[in-house]
Write a new protein. Structure first.
Length: 266
C-alpha cells in the first residue's frame, strides 16, 4: 500500500495564536516539533497497517516545517512549493491508495478555530464552493477525488473533523482542539500522538474504498477578498465574474480548472 500525508500546522494540538505558526516567532519551534510528532505518529500507524511507501507534503506556509530526520527512513518528503495547482497535495496521483491529513483546520470565517482560514489568511475572507463555505480539506479532497484517491483520515480542530464526516461518514477523525472565540481547548499533545497512530492503523486496515468522495458535476466558486483591489485584479482571470467590490465568482464543470483558477487568483 502507498499513502500520501498532507500536513498543516493550524490544526496541530494546542495551537492558538498566529505567532505559533511563524518561523520568525519564538513560539514556533514548539509547534513545528508537535507537527512533526503528529506526522510521525501517522507514519508509524501506517507502517503497522502494512504500508510500504509514504509520501508527505509539508503544506504549511513556506513548506519547510517538518523535521525530516525524526521521521521513518522510508518516507519521501515534499518541501517548498512547486506552484502546481494541486497545492497541498502536490505529486498526488492514481498510484496512491489513500490520502491522510494532519493538522488541518476549519474554513475561513469559521468560529471553530481562532486561526481559521482557507488558502490565505491575509487575502481572503472566505471561499464558497457550490454555496457552502470551503475548507482546505474540501478543496484538496476534491483534488484527490479527481485521481480516484480516498481521504481516509484527518486530524485537527473539532470543526474540520465534523466537516469531514459530513462529506463522508467513514473518514476517520481525531479532534485535538476545540476553538472557543479567540481561545483553544486541546487534549494533551502526547495523547494526540497516540490517538493519531492508533486511528491511522485502524482505518488503513479497513475498507478504505468506503471513504471515497464523489465529485459534483458542476462547480461554482465564490472568492471573498479582504481588499477590493484584489477582487478587481482577480476579475480579469478568464471566466471570472465580479459580483461585488470584494467578491468574484468562477464556474466550471472541470475541477482542475477550479484548482488552476485558485492558483492564479488567490
Amino acid at each position: 500500500m502507498k499513502i500520501y500525508i498532507s500536513a498543516d500546522i493550524e490544526g496541530i494540538t494546542g495551537i492558538a495564536h498566529w505567532d505559533e505558526t511563524e518561523k520568525s516567532k519564538s513560539d514556533y519551534q514548539k509547534f513545528a516539533k508537535q507537527m512533526t510528532d503528529e506526522v510521525k505518529a501517522a507514519c508509524e500507524g501506517a507502517i503497522k497497517a502494512g504500508v510500504k511507501e509514504i509520501w508527505i507534503k509539508d503544506a504549511h506556509d513556506t513548506g519547510r516545517n517538518i523535521l525530516a530526520d525524526e521521521l521513518p527512513q522510508m518516507i519521501k518528503l515534499v518541501r517548498g512549493w512547486s506552484e502546481h495547482p494541486y497545492l497541498m497535495v502536490q505529486e498526488l496521483d492514481r498510484s496512491f491508495d489513500a490520502l491522510l491529513m494532519i493538522g488541518y483546520h476549519s474554513f475561513g470565517s469559521s468560529g471553530s478555530n481562532p486561526l481559521s482560514h482557507t488558502l490565505s489568511s491575509s487575502a481572503l475572507n472566505y471561499i464558497k464552493l457550490n454555496g457552502e463555505y470551503a475548507s482546505e480539506f474540501l478543496i484538496h479532497s476534491y483534488a484527490a477525488a479527481t485521481v480516484g484517491v480516498p481521504v481516509v483520515f484527518i486530524s485537527g480542530d473539532e470543526g474540520i473533523c465534523k466537516e469531514a464526516n459530513k462529506v463522508n461518514k467513514n473518514i476517520k477523525t481525531v479532534a485535538v482542539n476545540k476553538g472557543v472565540g479567540n481561545s483553544v481547548i486541546s487534549i494533551h499533545p502526547k495523547l494526540a500522538v497516540e490517538k493519531i497512530k492508533e486511528s491511522v492503523e485502524l482505518i488503513l486496515k479497513g475498507d478504505i474504498n468506503e471513504c471515497k468522495i464523489k465529485l459534483p458535476e458542476h462547480f461554482k466558486v465564490e472568492l471573498s477578498f479582504r481588499n477590493h483591489t484584489k477582487a478587481f485584479k482577480a476579475s480579469f482571470y478568464p471566466g471570472m465574474e465580479q459580483i461585488s467590490s470584494t467578491n468574484v465568482v468562477f464556474e466550471s464543470d472541470d475541477y482542475f480548472e477550479v484548482l488552476r483558477m485558485l492558483l492564479f487568483a488567490v
